[in-house]
Design a protein around this ligand. Structure first.
Ligand code: SAJ
Length: 429
């Protein structure tokens, strides 16, 4: 097949290479000339080395080309553009632009697949709508939604092996898309209608948000209960049908904090659980700010806090919706100064310290915000030599508390009441 993949980001580019590897003739299209140059120059911008090598091989094979223009004709179009959030509402402008461009180009009988995460109904309203606006009949096209599911860090394996859900506006639309994805995907491919497929994606991420809220609520409760929520969760997860996620300083990324609103906005009255979960997760930076504040007492303001991690999760540099940002703002509002270090992040609203030593210099406390492995391996004696006071707050439970205590640190773990706190718990009172 001649395939055009629109949007060459962390999903579109490896998907284009997968399709080329499966024998299709693929044109990868992106409006960003710099991105195209980076790809042609060897994909140095990609952090996953196997993806880099895979894309280079696809380009060398001649079956993958990249361009700023859609090809003259294609049998299939795969739209993989971002759906960023603006004030936690989906911004569909890139989907609309891509749909408009495809609608102008595509000929009757073409397959048009939307991979971007979108509010339910988008395939019908935006994609079929653009085709209609171009003076063509959407029912003469094959229109399907096939939401991406990969986790950065394991992109190639997950693209190949994950089960996929494909929804078509008509059953034959899903069937056509299933054939294309079946050329590279070894996982189960389930077909359904488009609206259900759109909902499935949103439901997956909402499920994760609700689960995270439960873990975070347990962590926030730990002090009043006088327990270690991590230990409670670890032991509860020994039950074969219980799987609680880990607490943390909040829920970041471009999907999980945003997607639940696609569901709750459908009916605010009937989505109490989903909205509460969002509030619980959004409250976590406040819980962490309070923990930091208590830890550095009696210094009520004017403290210097080193935040270790700006990225929203481990081993990535992505800072979108990262809880590090509201936390940094809260600390500054309370009169403290913050320094931030992240080995992967390049962009953040607060200045990023060039080295961890720079971030720790003269700090009253350090707070681990992201569970990057480098922080786990941090030497407490080296940290102590840079800091003013020996206080460590661990919101990800990754520090070896006994090693840090042996180095003279007071260690506070989010979700674990201090053993000697003598807390009169709500349960024992
Ligand atoms: N987090 C915790 N505790 C945990 C797991 C995660 O606090 O036990 C936090 C992370 O630190 C992060 C947030 O939750 O701030 C979200 O991380 P994540 O790994 O759950 O999600 P994403 O946004 O990186 O990727 C998710 C993935 N969805 C699922 O795992 C169901 C991925 O498969 C999707 O492709 C992606 O959303 C997406 O684009 O929708």
């Amino acid at each position: 097949m001649n395939v055009a993949v629109i949007g060459l980001g962390y999903i579109g580019l490896p998907t284009a290479a997968m399709l080329a590897d499966a024998g299709h003739s693929v044109t990868g299209v992106d409006v960003d000339e710099r991105r195209l140059r980076d790809i042609r120059d060897g994909c140095a911008h990609l952090t996953e080395s196997d993806v880099r090598a895979f894309v280079r091989t696809a380009l060398e094979s001649g079956r993958l080309r990249v361009s700023a223009q859609l090809p003259a004709a294609a049998d299939a179009y795969v739209i993989c553009v971002p759906t960023p959030s603006r004030h936690r509402a989906p911004d569909l402008q890139y989907v609309e632009q891509a749909a408009h461009a495809v609608a102008a180009h595509a000929q009757e009988g073409a397959l048009v697949i939307l991979e971007s995460t979108v509010p339910p109904g988008t395939l019908e309203h935006v994609v079929a709508g653009a085709i209609r606006n171009a003076g063509k009949a959407p029912e003469r096209f094959f229109l399907a939604h096939c939401p991406e599911r990969v986790i950065p860090g394991a992109t190639l394996r997950e693209l190949r092996e994950n089960a996929r859900v494909i929804g078509g506006l008509k059953p034959e639309d899903a069937e056509m898309a299933r054939r294309l994805y079946g050329s590279f995907c070894t996982g189960e491919i389930c077909t359904t209608d488009a609206f259900t497929a759109e909902l499935v994606k949103v439901v997956e991420n909402t499920f994760r948000d609700v689960n995270l809220a439960f873990a975070n609520e347990l962590a926030a409760l730990a002090e009043s209960l006088g327990v270690d929520a991590w230990e409670v969760i670890r032991l509860a997860n020994k039950h074969p049908r219980v799987e609680i996620l880990k607490p943390g300083p909040g829920v970041g990324g471009h999907c999980i904090p945003v997607d639940p609103t696609f569901l709750s906005s459908a009916d605010p009255f009937l989505t109490e659980l989903i909205q509460s979960a969002r509030r619980v997760n959004d409250r976590m930076p406040y819980v962490v700010a309070r923990l930091i504040q208590e830890s550095i007492a009696p210094c009520r303001s004017g403290g210097r806090i080193a935040l270790l991690g700006a990225a929203y999760k481990a081993e990535v540099g992505d800072t979108r919706e990262s809880p590090a940002l509201p936390l940094a703002h809260l600390l500054v509002e309370r009169g403290h100064s913050v320094s931030v270090y992240d080995p992967y992040a390049a962009q953040f609203e607060f200045p990023l310290a060039p080295t961890i030593d720079d971030a720790l210099r003269d700090a009253d406390a350090l707070a681990v915000i992201t569970d990057h492995r480098v922080f786990q391996r941090l030497d407490p004696l080296a940290a102590a030599s840079s800091m003013k006071r020996r206080i460590a707050i661990d919101t990800r439970h990754i520090l070896d508390a006994s090693a840090w205590q042996a180095a003279g640190f007071t260690v506070r773990v989010l979700g674990a009441a201090p053993r000697d706190s003598g807390v009169q718990t709500a349960l024992s009172a």
